[in-house]
Design a protein around this ligand. Sequence first.
Ligand code: ADP
Ligand code: MG
Length: 676
Amino acid sequence: MRLNDSVGVLTGVGPKTVTGLNSLGIFSIRDLLFYFPFRYDDLQARPLAELADQEKALFKGTVISAPVVSYFGPHKVRLNVRLLIEQTVVIVTFFNQPWLKDKFLPDEEIAVYGKWNESRKSVVGLKVITQNTQNELDPIYSVNKQIRQKKLIELIQSAYQETGELLIDIVPENIRQHYRLLTDSELVRQMHFPKTIQESDAARRTAIFREFFLFEVKIQQVRQTNGQVDDGLQLAYDLPSLKEFIATLPFALTGAQKRVVNEICADLKSPQHMNRLLQGDVGSGKTVVAALAMFAAVTAGYQAALMVPTEILAEQHYQKLVKLFAPMKVHVALLTGSMKGPERQSSLTEIETGRANIVIGTHALIQDTINYAKLGFIVIDEQHRFGVNQRRSLREKGLNPDILSMTATPIPRTLAITTYGEMDISTIDELPAGRRPVETSWLKINQADKALALTRNQLDHGDQAFVIAPLISESDKMSLQNAEDLYEKLSKYFAPKYQVALLHGQMSSDEKAATMASFNRNEIQVLVATTVVEVGVDVPNANIMIIYNADRFGLATLHQLRGRVGRGDRQAFCYLIADPQNEVAVKRMEIMTQTNNGFTLAEADLKLRGQGDIFGDKQSGLPEFKIGDPVGDNNSLVTAHQVALELFREDPQLEAPQNLQLKQYLSELKDNENFD
Ligand code: ADP
Ligand code: MG
């Protein structure tokens, strides 16, 4: 058996189990060994007096009477058994596991893992621990219906027995020793079968560093390749045309916009691959920057593409850019997934023949069936919405085009260097002049009508409003505001003077586009929506943003939503309606009312997430790791970054004997996971 073999080679693993394992991301024996538990149940018995109420723990005692099984409803069974633990009689109850009764024999010792009720001196039993479980710690894995804990552990055990010896360390030995890390074989054993908490802690520490280190090494390798290879495109753009285009804009560029346009243009001209991240707060004017850069590529004789995450955005950018480019005789095409028939065919033809200078679309842009005449430059808006693979296939479509990624969720510089270090970073740190910060207030749910009254007043002055709800329709699971109910309510509230409309993700893209268009034309004054309007939507006349159950959204999302208003020159307002359930959520509401600055919010977001804020959301723009948390384990990340830098400085080709395994690992990766 080899580490790269499919899990199917394990005895007792048929096609069904293979499918189950695959659904967990486990394909090879190596994947299985490195599929780590996310926590452990502590199976060390502790004195009862030390346990907190509702704490989970191991209970060891003597069975003092035969267990009693009783039925208390259809399919509801309770098993009660009394144990003597340290001179205390403790009642242990198991629900719906009547077969356990054979395990409890009077006068025999037994161990049960369960939840302690301090006042009643009772336990809700979770599992019976059999004697042959020797470890103090029981690993708990993230599993699903197809693969259960027990099965997974068995498989890991047998895989480890057969191949544990074959694990060769990827992290160079000098680094491993210097940072006192475990070997891969020790790591795998101590993660899955720790004898003590110390062992599992050490394994976790190694696993986190190892994950970060390999990530940073990949980044350095990509940087190195990008820096050395000079077969990238040299887009010799025409500066006078670019200046002419800038002169047609209805406003002067901000200093920051000029600076980043220069940075991007320098990349376009150079023979090296461009891989740049443009960060700038909502409303800082990234779209114009992208338009200028795409225009530059067009003057160099290439096509440029702009990929955005939603159809609404594609549509909107298309409208905007057609207007913007009109004086420059640039032909813009639109391509989205929902386009069908002749409309789609005509776009495809334009892309293939090169008649389209600029193509705007969703991920439809990267389907295999689409051939570009001469794609030289790609802009990816809201880059964290796209996976690495999607970005890669887009790159593969062209002649190794230059790539500019844009994000409205700035991350602090130190974190940007460690997590997006393979990219060069440009930052727009200045808003266009005359922007007034959105005035933000936080209201309790029972004060929501106040926000509506204020909104009516603003509508009377000609403004428009967004109203956001966390759910589309009623859910019995959560008592959250849903968009459909809110739409009913507000339609009545604002009738007959104002039109209210509903927008959500389950509507067809035609419906969505039509609704957005009417809102844009001010035929609709109040738009009730889910977070589909979250990114990029630009309606300058909309000056009010009401967010129901605002505590259900992460700071990054709230800031994005708020960024939808305050784009014109009138004062804009944002009302957060929330009864937050915990301190961290209260802090999120407070910070939103205190600042409009995306960078300040990003810093605060990371701090709160460090405090265990589960609402740090996908919007926050950080890459996802399996074990390490870039915020919580930031020290480890920073160290891994420095170590990787140092490694490539000393041995750029990874030729030293201690680095050969690492080199091998990277070359194998290259074939299936081109990281960019
Ligand atoms: P972002 O994509 O960064 O959120 P946009 O590019 O959508 O921001 O710009 C927001 C609004 O500001 C748009 O209406 C745009 O036309 C306008 N804008 C962009 N740059 C400037 C500028 N330098 N001066 C004035 N308005 C600008
Ligand atoms: Mg934008």
